[in-house]
Design a protein around this ligand. Structure first.
Ligand SMILES: *[C@@H]1O[C@H](CO)[C@@H](O)[C@H](O)[C@H]1NC(C)=O
Ligand SMILES: *[C@@H]1O[C@H](CO)[C@@H](O)[C@H](O)[C@H]1NC(C)=O
Ligand SMILES: *[C@@H]1O[C@H](CO)[C@@H](O)[C@H](O)[C@H]1NC(C)=O
Ligand SMILES: *[C@@H]1O[C@H](CO)[C@@H](O)[C@H](O)[C@H]1NC(C)=O
Ligand SMILES: *[C@@H]1O[C@H](CO)[C@@H](O)[C@H](O)[C@H]1NC(C)=O
Ligand SMILES: *[C@@H]1O[C@H](CO)[C@@H](O)[C@H](O)[C@H]1NC(C)=O
Ligand SMILES: *[C@@H]1O[C@H](CO)[C@@H](O)[C@H](O)[C@H]1NC(C)=O
Ligand SMILES: *[C@@H]1O[C@H](CO)[C@@H](O)[C@H](O)[C@H]1NC(C)=O
Ligand SMILES: *[C@@H]1O[C@H](CO)[C@@H](O)[C@H](O)[C@H]1NC(C)=O
Ligand SMILES: *[C@@H]1O[C@H](CO)[C@@H](O)[C@H](O)[C@H]1NC(C)=O
Length: 875
């Protein structure tokens, strides 16, 4: 059980956070780092501005900021240590009180490439829109909330707010010294948002780059940079809700047409940043946000604010060409070249000018993946490990501890791999494909081998995964079963600008790179068709997506991974029809007969959904003839055929040979062919039937695309547009929420060794927090309670410290949150507000976890999944 080794760290910082109450004062799970004594107080929408005076009048409370535009609320800090924030919740007109949480930019797995950005623009219609329609974003204002920008970069204009400069708006809300580890983090606002992290400059190039190396999607637009992320400390530059909201509000006030966000938050649309974004959309501004980079965790790994309704959530596809670094393997059998990924932002480049010995760790499966202490001294060697078992950072740390000077990690699934490691472990870490991995391990099995990878060497080659959804791209649906992402753009292996101090150019990967790409295409659409409102923009962008074909099955890649597919902005601009809604979120499904449509009554009992799509022919002169067909996509599940759970989702059908009628969702419509007069709107009803062969026990998510073939009067050519659909096959409210037992969680562990405590009968707990409970979530949960239960009566003695957690996102070993840990002591809170603290009397107890299932009611016992530990003694 190596996964638990880092648990001590997790638990250590949990201890600092005071538990807060139920109901309106939100209690975050312990791994969410919050700012001591700082809260966001969200008011009911009708509450007037003057209401704030009551907070000003309170002693020990200072009102830091007053938000009116994007959220009706304030951020406050309290100076008194034992101030009870539930007072805020009890005040008139207060909707929710949120501890201020820290944020990080969406992490970016990286690899290097220096492919021409022209090919990207060719595949997405951007090149054609520029050449044929002359659009480059001119006249459109784009606000970017990020880590700042190196505006002196020659490809980004080399200017700040001077006449004719692309940068006309923005400021720095945070400064360079911010460190959330400080008791009071230092905030030093500045008029100019210079970037020291790199992230903001990289995404700026994707939007604004003016060549020769980087050509942005909308270089003619006017930009604002609102800096909310500070310089990286241990690999990450932090921020917090209150600073983010300030940046978002400023971007909104400056009147941008499009706001682009780089926030990787939780998973729930109730969170303040998600509320703010939904509010901005309501007011007519397009908000584009990255879905997240937790695809390794499988389904439902999308993050806020992308999951907020109305926000354009973006998934990533891999670039078509990748630049890798050649590595020369030399052994008794001769030499062979392998392709090494190159993290563009690594402080520790994989540069080895001379032949350096390679070694595979000795031992069992845990050793092969490099997820355990090494038994040999790896001093001076580069270790070769397999992907999986633990995070890349953990692999790097184990190798470094054993003396290794570098790590090569080979993929455990087909294709290239670009691992993401923070710079906290000071040795280079690169990824190679499964094929290259097999070559290296075979060579090492036969004898000694070395690798050489001189500084500066590069090779550009077409990627095997070009145009496919990036492995890291988070997967939908949202916790509420809304379809996310809505659309995809290139985000894997993207060459763009970087701060000049950090090398001027870098290749990064992430949905963070796909997001500005979409913001740029929205700018082109707004320039070409200034009359469109947010909803119309979203409709055109989405229904003109190009579904991606899964090479394994020949079916489409599910919209839960790709949205409507790869963006095509030329088609969106030229589009003369609008579909509303452009996406059908089918929710979960009860089994029944389809009644009232005689042709389908013969299907018998099936899982189905009926939806109506309104179709507007915006051509004022010509009638539109349309017909619809179904382009089925693969179904996804995290339950394997043998019933075990897998983070890497299973697709069904698995390959071309298993495609049959039973494996596909079906679309029926009483009006499959239709003519719509010039400027007219009409409705089409569709019945979507889940694939018949899906087993209810396996928790499948199915989907596909309704393919509309369009022809206008007197025109020979036809075109197509799509409406994507997707749903859950069955009753989602009975799904298990906690990670499956095969994951080794929940578990009671030793906080020092990280090892599970197997023999509970001899375990004695006092107040030293030497033990903790770890648990994981295989789907998001609105509420997880952890309590001590008296073994004799089976009655709860109270909530454990941090035993009340609301709005939890998914966890997975390779995700941003691997698991949640709470300390086990004899301290409990006897009330659900976690204010009445007490020590339980000596005796026998066990721990109980209650996790609310999807759409559950917090007051209904049967809506929770319950787990009990074995009994132990409390001293
Ligand atoms: C990337 O490509 C451009 C033009 O194709 C070239 O000028 C530049 O030197 C290349 N940069 C690197 C780091 O290979
Ligand atoms: C692994 O090594 C570390 C540091 O050398 C040590 O603290 C830890 O106990 C070891 N873990 C195991 C399971 O041997
Ligand atoms: C590992 O080997 C190197 C040199 O071969 C030596 O300097 C180092 O002390 C060794 N480390 C351990 C922990 O034995
Ligand atoms: C990039 O990819 C395209 C499409 O696969 C290919 O035609 C082109 O040659 C590639 N460019 C390079 C430099 O490999
Ligand atoms: C699905 O249904 C639940 C109630 O059963 C509702 O709360 C949720 O918002 C619905 N989701 C969508 C996407 O319609
Ligand atoms: C845009 O948003 C993405 C993710 O939401 C973020 O990573 C990026 O930094 C933002 N900035 C720009 C310029 O697009
Ligand atoms: C939609 O149908 C057209 C033919 O009518 C076909 O060429 C196209 O590939 C289809 N699109 C999808 C996504 O299946
Ligand atoms: C179920 O199948 C998977 C993959 O096929 C395998 O890795 C796993 O060990 C199996 N589990 C059981 C309990 O047989
Ligand atoms: C807990 O801490 C106290 C004081 O620091 C110490 O005396 C006691 O032995 C500790 N208990 C355990 C089980 O480590
Ligand atoms: C606090 O909990 C104790 C039991 O430990 C109970 O007797 C007491 O009434 C509670 N007080 C409040 C205010 O809930």
């Amino acid at each position: 059980m190596t996964l638990l080794v880092l648990s001590a760290l997790v638990v250590a910082f949990c201890l600092g956070i005071a538990g807060v109450e139920a109901g309106r004062l939100i209690s975050y799970p312990p791994h969410i780092r919050t700012k001591r004594g700082s809260y966001i107080v969200e008011f009911e929408s009708h509450i007037p501005k003057t209401h704030v005076s009551r907070f000003h009048a309170m002693s020990d409370v200072s009102v830091d900021r007053h938000f009116t535009k994007v959220l009706n609320g304030i951020s406050v800090s309290v100076s008194k240590r034992d101030f009870d924030p539930s007072h805020f919740a009890q005040m008139d007109g207060v909707k929710r009180v949120w501890p201020v949480r820290y944020y990080y930019p969406a992490s970016t797995p990286s690899a290097a490439s220096n492919s021409s950005s022209l090919y990207l623009h060719h595949a997405t219609g951007v090149e054609k829109a520029l050449k044929e329609l002359g659009v480059d974003g001119k006249g459109i204002k784009i606000g970017i909330v990020d880590s700042g920008v190196d505006y002196n970069h020659p490809e980004l204009g080399g200017c700040w707010k001077t006449e004719g400069c692309p940068w006309q708006y923005g400021e720095d809300f945070i400064g360079d010294k911010y460190n959330e580890a400080d008791a009071i983090p230092i905030i030093e606002p500045n008029p100019t948002p210079m970037d020291c992290a790199g992230h903001g400059t990289h995404v700026s190039g994707i939007l604004a780059g003016r060549g020769p190396q980087v050509r942005g999607v909308a270089p003619g637009a006017t930009f604002g940079m609102y800096r909310v992320f500070s310089c990286p400390i241990n690999g990450e530059g932090g921020s917090s809700d209150d600073i983010l909201l300030q940046g978002i509000e400023a971007a909104f006030e400056d009147g941008h047409d499009i706001i682009n966000l780089s926030l990787g938050g939780g998973a729930w649309s109730e969170e303040p940043v998600a509320v703010a974004c939904a509010q901005i959309v309501q007011q007519g501004v397009v908000v584009v946000a990255a879905l997240g980079n937790d695809g390794a965790g499988g389904l439902q790994t999308g993050s806020a604010p992308a999951i907020a309704r109305g926000v354009i959530s973006v998934g990533s596809v891999d670039n078509w060409n990748v630049t890798s670094k050649p590595g020369i393997i030399t052994s008794a059998q001769g030499t062979q070249k392998i392709a090494l990924s190159m993290p563009g932002d690594s402080k520790y480049p994989f540069d080895f000018d001379s032949d350096t010995p390679l070694e595979i760790p000795a031992g069992g499966e845990d050793s092969i993946v490099g997820c355990a202490n090494y038994t040999e001294n790896m001093s001076g060697k580069i270790v070769v490990v397999k992907r999986g078992g633990c995070t890349f950072n953990e692999k790097a740390l184990y190798a470094y501890t054993a003396g290794a000077i570098g790590v090569i990690c080979y993929n455990n699934v087909a294709g290239d791999m670009s691992p993401a490691v923070s710079n906290s472990v000071p040795i280079p870490f690169v990824g190679i494909s499964d094929d290259d991995g097999k070559h290296v391990t075979d060579t090492l099995a036969a004898g000694k081998a070395t690798v050489k990878a001189p500084k500066g060497a590069r090779e550009i080659s077409p990627s095997k995964t070009g145009g496919q959804i990036s492995l890291f791209s988070s997967i939908g649906p949202s916790a509420e079963l809304d379809m996310v992402p809505l659309i995809s753009a290139p985000g894997g292996n993207i060459w763009s600008t970087y701060p000049q101090k950090l090398g001027s150019y870098a290749s990064l990967s992430g949905t963070s790179m796909a997001t500005p790409y979409i913001s740029g295409t929205v700018a082109l659409l707004k320039q070409a068709r200034p009359d469109l409102d947010v909803r119309a923009i979203t409709r055109l962008l989405v229904s003109n997506g190009k579904p991606i074909t899964d090479p394994a099955t020949g079916l489409k890649t599910t919209p839960f991974m790709s949205g409507a597919g790869l963006v095509n902005i030329y088609d969106a601009i030229k589009s003369r029809v609008q579909f509303d809604p452009p996406v059908l979120s089918l929710n979960d499904s009860k089994i029944s007969h389809i009644q009232g449509y005689s042709k389908l009554e013969s299907l018998g009992s099936v899982r189905w959904a009926a939806r109506t799509i309104s179709i507007h022919n915006t051509d004022s002169k010509k009638s539109l003839h349309l017909s619809l067909s179904n382009a089925a996509a693969n179904s996804l599940s995290m339950i394997l055929a043998n019933g075990s759970f897998s983070y890497s989702p299973r697709t069904w059908p698995a390959d071309t040979s298993s495609v049959s009628e039973d494996t596909l969702p079906k679309v029926y419509s009483p009006n499959a062919e239709k003519t719509i007069g010039p400027g007219k709107t009409c409705s089409v009803t569709v019945f979507i039937v889940a694939p018949k062969g899906l087993k209810d026990l396996e928790s499948w998510y199915y989907g596909g695309f309704i393919n509309f073939t369009l022809q206008w009067d007197g025109e020979k050519t036809t075109s197509t547009q799509v409406v994507s659909y997707g749903g859950y096959n069955g009753d989602s409210t009975i799904q298990d929420v906690l990670s499956p037992p095969s994951d080794g969680l929940p578990a009671l562990v030793d906080t020092v060794t990280g090892e599970p405590v197997n023999d509970l009968s001899t375990l004695v707990i006092d107040n030293n927090a030497t033990k903790a409970i770890l648990f994981g979530l295989s789907i998001p949960s609105r509420l997880v309670e952890i309590m001590l239960v008296d073994a004799a009566t089976d009655k709860s003695a109270g909530y454990m410290v941090q035993g009340y957690n609301e709005y939890l996102a998914r966890t997975c070993p390779e995700c941003s949150v691997p698991y949640v840990g709470v300390p086990l002591t004899k301290t409990v809170f006897t009330d659900s507000k976690l204010t009445n603290v007490t020590q339980v009397p000596a005796g026998k107890y066990h721990v109980r976890i209650r996790a609310l299932r999807p759409f559950g009611d917090t007051s209904v016992d049967s809506d929770y999944q319950v787990w009990n530990s074995g009994d132990f003694t409390i001293a």
